[in-house]
Design a protein around this ligand. Structure first.
Ligand SMILES: [Fe+2]
Length: 344
């Protein structure tokens, strides 16, 4: 499945929902149903989905936020004592690494297996994609014609000298983009490309949203960001002056990543954790219930869920799902390559 197609049928709630009756006495602390979530999602007020889950199920979501890498370190350090039930991050490579290290437990969920396509979940059930994002080229249409754009690799051409905005190597988005390039092009060719980007002296900005603002302000012409940052800008300003270009459509397709989750190996609230994942994969996909993809302009992982309206203007595209299983195994190589090249 390379080219993703979305059916426009709304999803049916696949889960029996639990609701607390107002006539019941308030639960004591010991009775309160909770799920503790280590979350690398950093979309603040856009994340109404967790409150919606609590409203429908009565299960309190306790979120603990940090970067993807910091949460993996925390899980490793805490080992079997971790209070976390759910490890919810924004990078498939890190989910693969956590699974291989035994930090996540395999699930057998008919609900998850029915709604999440096999290439978007761990074959052993240790992690599941819950929304999709594509890292692609963004440009200022006053300065760049779409016919001048093609691939990530082509940004190494010297015509882009002094015209690029890039995210630093410390961010996992950059690491996984480079891992996907190694998977497709090999290490040598990827290193040439990254050296070419560096030779073009990009402006490094550690925020996709600010990269878009910098392009809009005319301070760089082309950047690489996740698609939903532009989706979110367009929701508040339909005339935001940056355009999206789907990268590598004539070969492997645009780079894909996912926000996904697994249940920790010794989850204290395992049952509630499974319920959260199943809810996010079904009810939580629907933009109509402030769903996970809808709130942040991501694409749903459940093929029967409707993508957020703002994304229709981006059209259809081809995505490189084939290299997804390589992000974890190639993560260290990608980090070393970026260090070697002196990528900021
Ligand atoms: Fe993000």
């Amino acid at each position: 499945m390379n080219r993703r197609k979305f059916l426009l049928t709304p999803i049916a709630g696949a889960l029996a929902m639990v609701s607390l009756s107002l006539t019941q006495p308030a639960p004591t602390a010991a009775q309160t149903k909770v799920v503790n979530v280590y979350s690398a999602r950093h979309y603040g007020a856009l994340e109404k989905v967790f409150a919606e889950f609590t409203r429908e199920t009565g299960i309190q979501v306790r979120l603990s936020n940090a970067s993807t890498q910091a949460l993996l370190e925390r899980l490793r350090a805490e080992g079997p004592q971790t209070p976390a039930d759910v490890f919810f991050v924004i990078d498939v490579g890190t989910l693969q690494i956590a699974a291989e290290e035994g930090l996540l437990q395999p699930l057998q969920s008919e609900v998850l297996n029915a709604v999440i396509p096999p290439e978007l979940r761990d074959p052993k059930g240790r992690w599941y994609a819950l929304s999709l994002r594509y890292r692609t080229l963004m440009y200022n249409p006053a300065k760049v014609k779409p016919s001048e754009l093609s691939t990530y690799e082509a940004l190494a051409d010297r015509k882009w000298r002094g015209r690029l905005c890039m995210r630093p190597a410390t961010h996992i988005y950059t690491v996984s983009l480079v891992a996907s390039m190694i998977a497709n092009l090999g290490e040598r060719r990827t290193e040439q490309v990254v050296r070419g980007w560096m030779a073009n002296r990009p402006i490094f900005i550690d925020s996709d949203s600010r990269i878009l603002d910098t392009i809009a302000a005319g301070k760089c012409d082309v950047g690489i960001t996740n698609h939903y940052y532009l989706g979110n800008k367009l929701k508040s300003d339909p005339n935001f002056p940056v355009k999206l270009f789907w990268a590598n459509q004539k070969d492997r397709g645009v780079q894909v990543n996912l926000s996904g989750a697994g249940v920790t190996a010794n989850a204290p609230n395992r049952e509630n954790a499974v319920k959260l994942l199943e809810w996010l994969a079904t009810r939580g996909q629907d933009p109509g219930v402030a769903g996970l993809p809808g709130g942040n302009s991501e694409y749903p992982v459940n093929p029967s869920a409707q993508p957020p309206e703002v994304l229709s203007q981006f059209g259809s595209f081809k995505a490189d799902l084939a290299s997804l299983p390589q992000y974890g195994p190639l993560q260290t190589k990608a980090i070393k390559l970026l260090e070697r090249v002196g990528y900021k």
